[in-house]
Write a protein that binds this ligand. Structure first.
Ligand code: PEP
Length: 253
């Protein structure tokens, strides 16, 4: 059975004190409520809080992820953080190709592919985001857009490498807007992604890969989204900043 994953993307939010309180809140919730043993919870704070979050995670049952990684291996790249650094801090996951990185920092599929390679070489699991913008959906191009993103950012990988990857389908029009894809809209794209994976790597590999939904997912809509056969969890933005909402989402399987 493939893993259910609920990952919280805090983005550029929280002071150190707020971050500390949020992780403590998550720990308290986890002490009170039992997550399904097939569910992995991932907390992705900003870089400066990774160490604090990992210290807490060691006493609890959640994994830690970064929100970005450098495309380069090491050297004179001021302000960047490498996969090697993340590995040395025992970080488990890293988000790549988030639509905000694509839109504001020019992250192309080619850059995403390089970042995926760096992460895999250092033993981290990439959470690779794909998804169409509103104009593309309105033009009925969502399947084609997602196909290109999946192929160009991932299809250079071997089947063995592919099994380390998590994919997040995030329709850009649903991120931070309060508009959620309907379960039917999300399931259609998730099934499409899985069939692309099956075509390239075979059904057995495709069946092992967790595909998360992201875009205004919250406790009130998580259950119906997670009930879809090809939705294996969520990448959660806004709702991951409240410990009880985040855990309520993780309990929605
Ligand atoms: C995200 O940024 O990955 C995201 C899904 O955000 P939100 O849940 O706030 O829409």
């Amino acid at each position: 059975m493939r893993k259910h994953i609920v990952a919280g993307n805090w983005k550029m939010n929280c002071t150190f004190t707020e971050a500390d309180e949020l992780v403590e809140g998550i720990m308290e919730q986890l002490e009170q409520k039992d997550l399904d043993s097939n569910t992995i919870l991932v907390v992705c704070p900003p870089y400066p809080y990774l160490e604090m979050t990992t210290d807490y995670a060691n006493d609890s049952y959640f994994a830690v992820g970064a929100q970005n990684v450098a495309a380069e291996e090491r050297g004179a790249f001021t302000g960047e953080v490498s996969a090697e650094m993340l590995e040395s801090m025992e970080i488990d996951y890293c988000i790549v190709g988030h639509s905000e990185r694509r839109a504001y920092y020019g992250e192309t599929d080619r850059v995403v592919a390089t970042k995926v390679d760096r992460l895999l070489a250092h033993g981290l699991k990439p959470i690779v985001c794909v998804g169409e913008v509103l104009e593309e959906r309105e033009a009925g191009r969502q399947l084609e857009v997602v196909k290109t993103q999946v192929e160009q950012s991932l299809f250079h990988l071997s089947a063995e490498q592919m099994q380390e990857v998590v994919i997040a389908y995030e329709p850009v029009w649903a991120i931070g807007t309060g508009k959620t894809a309907t379960p039917e809209q999300a399931q259609e794209i998730h099934a499409h992604i899985r069939s692309l994976l099956a075509g390239k790597y075979g059904q057995a590999v495709a069946d092992e890969i967790s595909i998360l939904y992201g875009g205004s997912c919250k406790p009130s809509n998580a259950k119906e989204l997670f009930a879809c056969p090809d939705i294996d969890g969520g990448l959660i933005g806004g709702a991951s900043l409240k410990a009880d909402d985040f855990i309520a989402i993780a309990l929605s399987f």
